[in-house]
Every structure is written in structure tokens, then in C-alpha cells.
Design a binder for this molecule. Structure first.
Ligand code: CA
Length: 296
């Protein structure tokens, strides 16, 4: 196994795109910081498997910037089709997906974007930026990956809580955290092919992720749909609006394929001096990240 140098970035650059990779291959990446005084040790290794070239429909991303519903989406929900309500306003507007739950409506009423096609979610992840959750204790916004109302994975916000949920044969299992709009800005459901697990993750900026719940995959994921849905299951006087942006369905793992992010924290572990001195005053900066990869 030989580490192959990929190149040296400009100073203070924090990302590197490695493109043109082979499908279904495991890649490992590491970086080191360089300065006039020499190099740091190598960082930890970040690994990812590139997406399979086989499968059903191709993954896609949607930034909603065209304010038009693309053919990748239809209106609908994975859960309880009977709770779908066309009076819940769904608008791709202001370069976002905006969903307005019904006001003072006593019954369950939901709508949103549902993928038009089914996907083999193996080795994939679905990410959404939740710009704004709706208001009210029985109003919610969710990202769902699943087969139907009885078999699915959900990450979403209800009232003041963020929940990480699976529904298996109609039986619910949930964990909760207090919803923090800044910390839970990005929500992600990820299939991890290394352990065939499902990872529920959040991120403040969409780059570095915090694992909130990890479970063995228990729902079949080779033929699933994904939805972005909002609504309410009781009367809400002022539900406000759920606002989604920057949907991504793409190959799984830390954090993207083909780009791999290695955090400053990992650089600190490679070069402990980083922990004690700001980068701007460390001797002989600025630093250039040297990226290496290993193909297996
Ligand atoms: Ca947008």
C-alpha cells in the first residue's frame, strides 16, 4: 500500500476535491500541514466508499434555486397517505422549499416533496438543511427515508425536540434531543456500508457531523423513497412555515464522495502544537495542506 500524493493546497484552504474516482472503491485520505519550518505529522485517516455505478435511479441534489419542482420530485409523503392534505401549501420559492402547515386544523395534515423514483439507499446518505422549523407543539418538519408508513427512518423536528426515529413493521423507536436551530441546522440519514448501520447525524454548517443515533439497519433499503415533509397532527394557531434547502442524496460517508474533510481537530492531533497556538501566529505560517490518498 502506497500513499499517493495528491497535491498541496494554497495556504489556509480547508477543502480539497478529488474527482474522477472509480465506482464502489474504498479510498483513504490523510493530510499534513506544511510551513516554512517543515511538515506536521499526518492527520488521522478519513475513509469513504465511492458510490456504486449500479442501482436504481441516480442520486441527485437540489438547491431549489430554480424555484421549480424538478422531475425528481412529486408532491406526497411516505407516511400515512391518508394524512396527505393538498391544503398544506408547498412552494418552491425564494430558492428554498417552503411548506406551510394548516392553521387551526384539528386533524393530521401533511404535504411535501416525495422522490418520484425509488432508490437503492445502500451506501447513500440523504441530507437537508432545515432553515426553519414550523411553530407549535404539534407541527413538524421531517426528512424520511423508507418504504411506507410502517417501515422508515425519520429525522425531524416536532415542537421543541429533534427526533431520530425508526419505524419497523409499524413499531416506533425514537430518541430525542432539544431542538437547537443552530446545532441541528443540517440533518442527515446515512447508511454506513462498513457496518450496515443507519446513522442519524446533525451539523451546524453541513461539513462536520455529530452522530446522534446509530442503529443496525433493520429496514430493507434497496427500494426506498425519500421525502421532505411538514404539517401538523392537531390544531396549531400559528404554525409558521417549514423551510428546507440544499437537499442532497449522494454516496455515504465522512463526509462526501469524492471530497473528504479532515477537521482542524484532526490536524491538531497530528501536530499538537496546533492546539496551543492560533494558526495565524504559529511560526512560519501560513500553512499549506498536503493531501494524500490511498486506493484499495
Ligand atoms: Ca437554495
Amino acid at each position: 500500500m502506497i500513499w499517493l500524493p495528491l497535491g498541496t493546497t494554497a495556504a489556509n484552504v480547508v477543502s480539497y476535491n478529488d474527482t474522477g474516482l472509480s465506482a464502489s472503491k474504498l479510498y483513504h485520505y490523510r493530510v499534513r500541514a506544511k510551513s516554512a519550518l517543515g511538515d506536521s505529522a499526518n492527520s488521522n485517516t478519513a475513509s469513504a466508499i465511492t458510490q456504486s455505478s449500479a442501482g436504481s435511479a441516480s442520486p441527485f441534489t437540489d438547491d431549489f434555486n430554480d424555484n421549480l419542482r424538478s422531475p425528481n420530485w412529486v408532491l406526497g409523503t411516505i407516511a400515512a397517505p391518508g394524512n396527505y392534505d393538498s391544503s398544506v401549501r408547498v412552494a418552491e420559492a425564494n430558492q428554498r422549499l417552503e411548506i406551510t402547515p394548516r392553521v387551526n386544523w384539528g386533524a393530521s395534515a401533511y404535504s411535501g416533496y416525495l422522490t418520484a423514483s425509488s432508490y437503492d439507499f445502500t451506501g447513500l446518505q440523504a441530507t437537508i438543511k432545515l432553515v426553519q422549523a414550523p411553530s407549535g407543539t404539534v407541527a413538524e418538519a421531517v426528512l424520511t427515508v423508507g418504504i411506507d408508513t410502517s417501515n422508515r427512518y425519520i429525522i425531524g423536528v416536532v415542537g421543541n425536540q429533534t427526533h431520530f426515529t425508526y419505524v419497523l413493521n409499524g413499531v416506533w423507536s425514537q430518541t430525542f434531543e432539544t431542538y437547537d436551530p443552530a446545532i441541528h441546522k443540517y440533518l442527515r440519514i446515512r447508511h454506513d456500508p462498513s457496518d450496515d448501520g443507519i446513522k442519524f447525524e446533525t451539523s451546524a454548517e453541513g461539513l462536520f457531523w455529530t452522530l446522534r443515533r446509530s442503529i443496525p439497519r433493520n429496514v430493507a433499503i434497496t427500494n426506498v423513497k425519500i421525502d421532505l415533509v411538514a404539517g401538523s397532527y392537531g390544531s396549531v394557531p400559528s404554525p409558521g412555515m417549514a423551510i428546507f434547502d440544499d437537499f442532497r442524496l449522494e454516496a455515504s460517508l465522512p463526509p462526501l464522495s469524492p471530497a473528504i474533510a479532515i477537521s482542524t481537530r484532526e490536524l491538531q492531533s497530528a501536530w499538537p502544537s496546533f492546539a496551543y497556538l492560533p494558526e495565524t501566529v504559529f511560526p512560519a505560517g501560513p500553512y499549506h495542506g498536503q493531501t494524500c490518498k490511498l486506493e484499495q
